[in-house]
Design a protein around this ligand. Structure first.
Ligand code: SF4
Ligand code: SF4
Length: 180
């Protein structure tokens, strides 16, 4: 009987001990967070900015100089080498090219960047020799559909009509040389 009473007493003690401990923990959390909720004191004011911020009206120009925004490819300068595609750790660049108007010119028909997978590491920009691929300062790229996050900079596939025009132009250029 004595042993039974002792066990009940010990169980009750630990039960009350847990309640006191939990209450102190909750009180400690409230002590830490309530001043922020009630905005008491200088150091406990709001530190986050609203978005879009109606007061400071921050623009892309307010970003740090080395910010990496959405990518842009100047397709006129792009050689279609595919270095950016190979270096991309996220596999989000797709490049396809075909012969252009002249033998020395490559026609970059596809240059897609899937921003839903891009981690903005900047490796593709660093490796681009002609510096056609750059990070812009544009950071607002949200979309409702995943497919809308794919940016296309390619020129599209060359049509038969276009290829025929190039062929005729090349023939015209080479005609005087053949006659000479
Ligand atoms: S920034 Fe990085 S993840 Fe994004 S496309 Fe370039 S290499 Fe790929
Ligand atoms: S963007 Fe630069 S690295 Fe990528 S295919 Fe074009 S030239 Fe090559």
């Amino acid at each position: 009987m004595m042993y039974f009473r002792r066990s009940v007493f010990i169980a009750l003690f630990w039960y009350l001990h847990s309640i006191v401990k939990s209450s102190l923990s909750i009180a400690g959390s409230c002590f830490a967070t309530l001043p922020y909720l009630l905005r008491i004191g200088e150091s406990r004011k709001e530190v986050t900015d609203g978005y879009p911020d109606p007061i400071s009206s921050k623009t892309a120009d307010d970003l740090p100089p080395r910010s990496r925004g959405l990518l842009f490819n100047d397709i006129e300068r792009c050689t279609g080498c595919g270095d950016c595609e190979h270096v991309c750790p996220a596999g989000c660049i797709e490049v396809a090219s075909e012969p252009g108007a002249h033998d020395s010119r490559i026609w970059v028909s596809v240059f897609d960047v899937d921003f839903s997978r891009c981690v903005f590491c900047g490796l593709c920009v660093d490796i681009c020799q002609p510096m056609s691929l750059v990070h812009t300062r544009q950071y607002e790229g949200a979309a409702y559909q995943l497919e809308d996050l794919v940016a296309s900079f390619g020129r599209g596939q060359v049509t038969e009509e276009q290829r025929e025009k190039w062929h005729l132009a090349r023939q015209r250029l080479s005609a005087p040389q053949e006659g000479a």
